[in-house]
Design a protein around this ligand. Structure first.
Ligand SMILES: Nc1ncnc2c1ncn2[C@@H]1O[C@H](COP(=O)(O)OP(=O)(O)OP(=O)(O)O)[C@@H](O)[C@H]1O
Ligand SMILES: [Mg+2]
Length: 510
């Protein structure tokens, strides 16, 4: 019986579990690797392959392989067919989750529950999609947790060997393969409190790769007049080569990229300064976001005790240099940057299981007893209201509010005998409603008949500790609860979820 933490990354995944004291350890996959590439190959015989072999297959049969699925989470489809069929991103992610759990079970025995991580900057729609992916995979998803918070938790637990450390404020800079998060966390002895979150759900190592791909392809076009990006197979090879060169440049001053396409081949030398020059603006974006989080938390750099670097892309020397220059502190290198998130998720699973356990039951994580975790919302929660001819975002819960949080609004029915009220729910900071992220419509149904026009309906909108939006409603005339549910335009219906779950249940996954 085990609890696991799963870091479901854009490019790589990791799994961790807890030892008998509640200390996290990484669980390697069947091949003995700590990281499993987030790639799914759908074979002609109807089975699936996940991980490095799937990534290798992408070089030969790119149309049968799905990668970077996390970038599509929250959207209705993967964006292109895989092996000739359209899939929802939740279903493809579920295949990865099932493989990760399967490999973990081979070592740990039955997995009873898991916590899956999400970028702190994920909105409610993407969070829901991640939880749905877990359900499709047949997993008991106890909770989701923000990746930087998970990293901070794992860091704090790692620190408590021996004397508990003094309370400290840490900045977590998490630059992964597809997303960027920066979070300020206050770590106390028994209290982990997120102060502020900023981020970018579409910025990660992949964008550095893309820069290199375009740089190399442009040079190739200049020389041969033929574009390797036009051919999916050449493009897949080019991405693989670019990523290798990028990694090499983290260790060495020089690397090179070999591009072959349409019978031509060229080797392009790439010194580190040139790589840094063609990707500089990407790093600057992370720098601006980092400055913003400190501003949001209303603290100064003096109040920041430590800078933690998380995510594979922080291996790039330019990241550490930029952070040192910006923060005036040398970033902490004591973390296993690719494993801490999964470890923190396992820690969170332990804390959650112990909080929910009946009194008297032996704790899963005795070292973590009484730990309190507090987070904030990464996006403001609002509802759409009319202001003259304009539709504007009426902010109910501003971003970086301590969670859980809830706000009550009273709406009035617009006509006699109205039995339902609909409210559009938004996430985002913009004043204009259309510039925000539409979560969906909250439908308040089942109001009693014969309500006169102008009857009050009390709507409570909240954000749970894990960033999920919750809505409840009461008809104030009768004082009875009305049904309130969120209808999402591109969301996964229960039927679709059941069908996807059936597909994954019957799928042989290697
Ligand atoms: N030595 C290295 N130098 C530069 N980049 C590296 C190195 N090692 C890994 N990376 C990059 O780190 C990224 C993967 O990092 P990580 O595993 O933290 O991301 P992820 O969890 O898949 O993504 P996300 O957290 O954004 O969903 C890839 O883009 C990879 O190319
Ligand atoms: Mg990650």
């Amino acid at each position: 019986m085990s609890l696991i933490g799963i870091d479901l990354g854009t490019t790589f995944c990791a799994v961790a579990a807890l030892d008998e004291r509640g200390r996290p350890f990484t669980v390697p996959n069947r091949d003995g690797d700590v990281l499993t590439p987030s790639a799914v190959y759908l074979a002609p015989d109807g089975s699936a392959v996940v991980g490095q072999s799937a990534l290798d297959m992408a070089l030969e049969q790119p149309d049968r392989v799905a990668t970077l699925i996390k970038r599509r989470m929250g959207l209705p489809d993967y964006g292109r067919p895989v092996a000739g069929r359209e899939y929802r991103p939740e279903a493809l992610s579920a295949v990865i989750l099932k493989k990760l759990a399967q490999d973990a079970e081979a070592q740990l025995g039955p997995v009873t529950g898991c916590v899956v991580t999400v970028p702190a900057y994920f909105d409610d729609t993407r969070r829901k999609a991640t939880m749905d992916a877990g359900r499709i995979a047949g997993l008991n998803v106890i909770d989701i947790i923000d990746e930087p918070s998970a990293a901070a938790l794992a860091y704090a637990v790692q620190q408590t060997k021996g004397e508990p450390p003094p309370p400290q404020t840490v900045l977590v800079y998490d630059l992964g393969g597809g997303t960027f998060d920066v979070t300020l966390v206050k770590l106390g002895r028994k209290r982990f409190q997120v102060l502020a979150i900023e981020g970018d759900v579409r910025l990660g190592g992949r964008d550095w790769d893309e820069r290199l791909v375009n740089w190399a392809a442009d040079k190739f076009v200049q020389q041969f007049g033929d574009d390797p990006r036009a051919d999916p197979q050449s493009l897949a090879h080019l991405y693989a080569t670019a990523e290798r060169a990028k990694r090499a440049l983290s260790k060495m001053e020089h690397a090179s990229l070999t591009v072959s396409h349409g019978g031509h081949k060229v080797t392009l030398p790439l010194p580190r300064p040139e790589f840094e020059a063609i990707t500089r603006d990407l790093l600057v974006r992370t720098r601006l976001t980092t400055q913003q989080v400190v501003r949001q938390a209303k603290v100064t750099w003096d109040a920041v005790d430590r800078v933690l670097m998380v995510g594979g892309s922080t291996h790039m020397p330019a990241c550490g240099r930029m952070l040192t220059e910006l923060t005036g502190r040398a970033p902490d290198h004591s973390l296993a940057v690719s494993e801490v998130v999964a470890r923190g998720a396992a820690v969170h699973a332990g804390i959650r299981a112990d909080t929910a356990a009946p009194a008297g039951q032996a704790p899963v994580a005795p070292d973590l007893a009484d730990v309190v975790e507090i987070s904030v919302n990464a996006h403001s929660l609002g509802v759409e209201v009319r202001s003259g001819a304009e539709r504007v975002n009426d902010k109910l819960i501003p971003k970086n509010t301590q969670l859980p949080a809830a706000v009550v609004r009273v709406y009035s029915t617009a006509a006699d005998n109205q039995t339902r009220v609909r409210v559009r729910i938004l996430q985002g900071e913009a004043h204009q409603a259309e510039a925000c992220i539409p979560v969906g419509e909250c439908w308040i149904d089942g109001l009693p008949p014969n309500l006169p026009k102008g009857s009050p309906v009390r709507v409570k909108c909240g954000v749970a500790a894990n960033g999920r939006i919750e809505v409840t409603a009461t008809d104030q005339t009768s004082g009875r609860a009305a049904s309130a549910s969120i209808h999402r335009p591109g969301g996964l219906s229960d039927d679709e979820l059941a069908r996807a779950a059936e597909w994954v249940r019957g799928l042989k996954i290697q």
